[in-house]
Design a protein around this ligand. Sequence first.
Ligand SMILES: [Zn+2]
Length: 226
Amino acid sequence: MNYYWLSVDDDPNVNWVIFRANPHRTLRERYRYLACSACGRVNELDAIRSGIDSDVRIRSKFDYFTSDDGFKCVNNRGRDILERCGAKGLEFVSLPGGKHFVVLAQHRVEVRRRPLGKREEQVLDLDAIARDPNLIASARKAVLIESDACGMEFHGKCDACSRYVESLYWPKLRFMALPEDTSLVVAPDISFEKTWSSETRLLASEDIVRALQRAGLRGLEPLVAE
Ligand SMILES: [Zn+2]
């Protein structure tokens, strides 16, 4: 059975769930107690499960899309299609307004990591630039990059919470123990870090993906998992 990442089409709408939509992408006050004192990151799942501010508004031209803070979201039609197509193991967290949900996978599959090596690289210091945009040409910092046999690269580990500033690429299928039930949609137990938050990535069997495509799930851009 082939597997696919449930990736999304580009959506021009700006949607934030746990951050405020301002140029400094500020974490909403209610989640500040969850933030790492060193890097400022929060565990997104803990945050979303602790509640969502009532003024959060989501809008998309798609049934299935990603918020700017990395959550996979659906509208009512998208949820209905996922359920009708037999995609199992999904949890739908209601967003204010009653029209959208954050989609979470209940089953996390282990990604077996096998470190290949480490190297140091100079990168833009985005935090320094956020504090002072004049530094855009000059602010650099050294980050430690770990490459891994699972197919990914992990950049800049936080000493306090052990999360990375960024992780690149996709884990290979043979490094994951997939469930026998091919109707289960799962998420790897690894964090896909993007500059300020991590992104939810969902993995589904070809049967489920074909059913979702036949049902016309708008916004789905499946990416074959290798
Ligand atoms: Zn940290």
